[in-house]
Design a protein around this ligand. Structure first.
Ligand code: SAM
Length: 210
């Protein structure tokens, strides 16, 4: 099967089923942790989009946040629920496709994390708009993903430019938010067997004005 065949759910279910260990590790994403450590980060509720098998959602819940997590893969979500149980936390986990998922009317969160959502531009832009609209005043949007400079390096992450991030695209997707950080560059990733090695990354954080 090529990397882009089949629906998102089928492809990701297959990957998670084939993975003996957590593909992206059990420790939270480094950038997510860095933002949570800021003295001005005081979120009490969080939404983690494309939360996968649970490392980020569970870690946020361990810190006392009330967490909702969404992922298209039912296999990943089941693994995430087992991970939550092992960690002694509760996360409201939803299996849904971000191509059409929206929060219930009136639902909002103090922080929304989008960590390595690797879909098409249309999917990623929709998810970012849903994320921005779901922020409480002062709420944080935090994104990390492979940048377009990663195209042609198929050893790690997507190869197709349509599935890779650009800072201009991120800024344009959330024009009502105040950008706190927009960084692109090369990092030595060490986040599980699938995200290990040098890669071109974007990191983007923005806040809804109060
Ligand atoms: C690279 S993994 C990252 C998982 C997690 N954020 C982490 O950092 O450990 C990408 C995740 O996006 C999910 N995903 C892909 N397409 C999706 C979609 N259309 N809707 C919701 N989740 C999706 C996959 O199931 C997978 O769990």
């Amino acid at each position: 099967m090529s990397r882009d065949e089949g629906s998102s759910a089928e492809r990701w279910d297959k990957r998670y089923r084939a993975a003996a260990e957590a593909p992206f590790g059990e420790a939270p994403n480094v950038y997510l942790k860095t933002i949570c450590a800021r003295p001005d980060f005081a979120a009490e509720t969080a939404l983690s989009l494309a939360d996968g098998d649970g490392r980020n959602g569970a870690w946020l819940a361990e810190r006392g946040l009330a967490v909702t997590a969404v992922d298209v893969s039912a296999v990943a979500t089941e693994r995430a629920k087992a991970f939550d149980r092992r960690r002694g936390v509760t996360v409201a986990r939803i299996t849904a496709d971000l191509a059409d998922w929206s929060p219930e009317p009136g639902q909002s969160w103090d922080a929304v994390f989008v960590i390595y959502l690797q879909g098409t531009t249309a999917l990623r832009l929709r998810a970012l708009k849903v994320a921005a609209a779901a922020l409480t005043p002062g709420g944080w949007l935090v994104v990390e993903g492979f940048s377009k400079a990663q195209a042609g390096r198929p050893d790690i992450g997507p190869n197709d430019p349509d599935r890779l991030y650009a800072l201009e695209e991120l800024r344009a997707a959330v024009p009502d938010l105040a950008v706190i950080e927009a960084w692109a560059g090369r990092l030595d990733l060490d986040e599980g067997p699938r995200h290990r090695g040098e890669a071109e990354i974007v990191r983007f954080t923005a806040r809804r004005p109060v």
